[in-house]
Design a protein around this ligand. Structure first.
Ligand SMILES: [Zn+2]
Length: 122
């Protein structure tokens, strides 16, 4: 039987015949590390899992919004710290937003809806 070296504790072990692809020894400490590692890998592969997903529906979004609002109310200092750290980014975003807004205002007004046949015949 082929033997493996555990990457965590460097112990040489023989993978069980039930899980021949086993890379980690059966030491509980190493198994725990393996689980944490696979969770980390999973999160890297699913970066959007905790973001808004339309399939979860409006109710889910509402819950997230409320949760986020409650969090902000409980952590005003963290919100302030975030705004300070991202202030320049935010100002740039608002400048760009306002510029686009003003440009859209400059466009000729949309043609008014056609007069109703009744008023035209008069
Ligand atoms: Zn090990």
């Amino acid at each position: 039987m082929e033997s493996c070296v555990c990457p965590y504790c460097k112990t040489v072990f023989s993978p069980s015949k039930y899980s021949p692809r086993q890379k980690i020894c059966s030491n509980p400490e190493c198994q725990k590390k393996r689980q944490l590692e696979s969770m980390r890998v999973w999160r890297e592969r699913n970066p959007n899992y905790f973001k808004y997903d339309e399939s979860k529906g409006i109710a889910w979004l509402e819950v997230q919004r409320k949760r986020s609002k409650v969090w902000r109310e409980k952590n005003p200092d963290k919100v302030r710290a975030y705004r300070q750290a991202h202030g320049e980014e935010y100002r740039r975003y608002m400048r760009e937003y306002m510029r686009t807004y003003r440009l859209s205002k400059k466009k000729p007004a949309a043609p008014s809806p056609p007069a109703s046949p009744a008023s035209e015949s008069l």
